[in-house]
Design a protein around this ligand. Structure first.
Ligand code: NAD
Length: 478
């Protein structure tokens, strides 16, 4: 099969990608025809590689990239992928079965089915903040669906991306699964190709670029995006526990987590209690010198470090109060876990996704006011509620929209493969994990099979009065 553009219109790399794409396109029906057993074999090969062969290499690469602690690598990069593979392997046989569905009486003589057929040739573009998890996670769903895949990980975590390239080429033929390394231009060149499905994880700004590119070929998209995830704490909440869980969720990966609590919205009567508890507990997590703690990551690069420093500068200029933390070290891209209050709504920290270890705390007088504030912004990827009050919890749930909500904890909703994971509008389109991820990478093809002459066959022209009567009766009774 030849590619779609004349050679002189393409650069060398575009040409290279088009050739790779064509190989996969030519091979897609071979892969699409594979049984659930063959797909499970592939998934188990990947599982073994991550759990055994490359486990230490993964830990080393992520430490080199941004000093990610080993336990966090195991818990947030390796475990979710292994868990997803186990779950998909246990379900795949039933997901691939042709599903018989009902057929209306008016269509008597037919039977109806749904076939989950592969989308075809897929592109997965992943971010740097959980590179293993967010590259291999969607790959599991793509393999389960019977697709060929080109993976493009982030250029910002170079050590991990190169390692993933090695893993993929060790395990798979490139006409089935290939990983392409490179800068933004690489993504842009890949996005020119007529993929059948594009699964993108990253920022809303780049998500819009991806969706625009996909529209050229009407490729379907899954967009796993980001944004500001609010955390509401009402006056019934257990503050000590809430603070402990928020510190865990916010400062894991140095705050570079799409579903980390972005800011706290707290009943004004308990603000000082929260701050006191935060100051008391933060040292037990990371010691008095978090820069020496082996449980604390760094900011991924100097560009993101600068972005965060600028937002701290901006908030200082607006007379905010640093309640805890605030130390930084440019040579190491280090920012201390920081709690900051008295921010005005126009500050960068309250306007943009923070994606770093800075936690703003904002008070509210009434829950209505808190909900109104949240609804004045884009729909969040996650919304967290700390409360023991059922009426308050229901009020928040019924009056806000979000991709996911966790009550009295955070991040955990991500780990349950029975729950769809994703955002809504600005925080994302489509879902991942478990069956929901499998659905993104398959087309639900309708199949209707006629066995005997049906009622519809009696209604061909010429249209007579008795045929009109049958139609009238059908509308009335069936
Ligand atoms: P990003 O959008 O800058 O980059 C993501 C990927 O897109 C990278 O592979 C990059 O090479 C590519 N890219 C960047 N600019 C591009 C362009 N102009 N054209 C084509 N491709 C381009 O995101 P990031 O900085 O890697 O990750 C942080 C963002 O991702 C945050 O907004 C975060 O909330 C979000 N995120 C979301 C999830 C989720 O599951 N919803 C998970 C992790 C991160």
């Amino acid at each position: 099969m030849s590619h779609l553009w004349p050679n002189d219109l393409m650069s060398y790399s575009e040409n290279k990608f088009a050739i790779l794409f064509d190989k996969q396109r030519a091979n897609q029906f071979n892969i699409g025809k594979t049984s659930y057993k063959t797909r499970i074999k592939k998934l188990k090969k990947l599982k073994h590689a991550l759990e055994h062969t490359y486990k230490q290499d993964i830990r080393d690469a992520l430490y080199k990239d941004f000093k990610k602690p080993q336990l966090e690598v195991d818990l947030t990069e390796i475990y979710p992928v292994i868990d997803e593979i186990k779950y998909v392997c246990s379900q795949l046989k039933s997901w691939l079965k042709r599903e018989q569905v009902g057929t209306p009486l008016a269509m008597l003589g037919s039977s109806s089915y749904i076939i989950n057929e592969p989308k075809g040739v897929c592109l997965i573009i992943s971010p740097w903040n959980y590179p293993i998890n967010l590259t291999f996670g969607p790959l599991i769903s793509a393999i389960a669906g019977g697709n060929t895949v080109i993976l493009k990980p982030s250029e910002m975590t170079q050590n991990t991306s190169s390692l993933m390239a090695r893993i993929v080429s060790d395990l798979f033929d490139e006409n089935e699964i290939a990983l392409v390394e490179g800068e933004v231009e690489t993504s842009q060149a890949l996005l020119e190709l007529p993929f059948n499905h594009i699964f993108f994880t990253g920022s809303p700004a780049v998500g819009k670029i991806v969706m625009k590119a996909a529209s050229k070929h009407l490729a379907s998209v899954t967009l796993e995006l980001g944004g500001k995830s609010p955390t509401i704490i009402d006056d019934s909440a257990n503050i000590e526990k809430a603070v402990s869980k928020i510190i865990f969720g916010k400062f894991m990966n140095a705050g570079q987590t799409c579903i980390a609590p972005d800011y706290v919205l707290i009943d004004e009567g308990i603000k000082s209690k929260f701050i006191m508890s935060f100051k008391k507990q933060i040292d037990t997590f990371f010691t008095e010198q978090p820069d020496s703690s082996d449980a604390y990551s760094r900011i991924v690069n100097s560009k993101h470090f600068r972005r965060l420093i600028d937002s701290l500068e901006d908030s200082k200029n607006r007379n905010s109060t640093i309640e805890s933390g605030g130390e930084t070290n440019q040579s190491d891209n280090y920012i201390e876990p920081t709690l900051i209050s008295d921010l005005d709504n126009e500050s960068q920290l309250m306007q943009e996704e923070i994606f770093g270890p800075i936690l703003p705390i904002k008070t509210y007088k009434t829950l209505e006011e808190a909900v109104e504030y949240i609804n004045s912004k884009e729909k969040p990827l996650a919304l967290y509620i700390y409360s023991k009050n059922k009426t308050n919890i229901n009020f928040i749930l019924n009056n806000t929209r979000a991709g996911s909500t966790c009550i009295n904890h955070n991040l955990l909703q991500y780990l349950n493969h029975n729950l769809p994971f994703g955002g809504s509008n600005n925080s994302g389109i489509g879902k991942s994990h478990g069956y929901f991820g499998f659905l993104e990478f398959t087309n639900q093809r309708s199949l209707l099979k006629q066995h005997t002459l049906g009622a519809v066959d009696l209604l061909k022209p010429p249209y007579t009065n008795w045929k009109q009567k049958i139609v009238d009766l059908t509308i009335k009774w069936f």
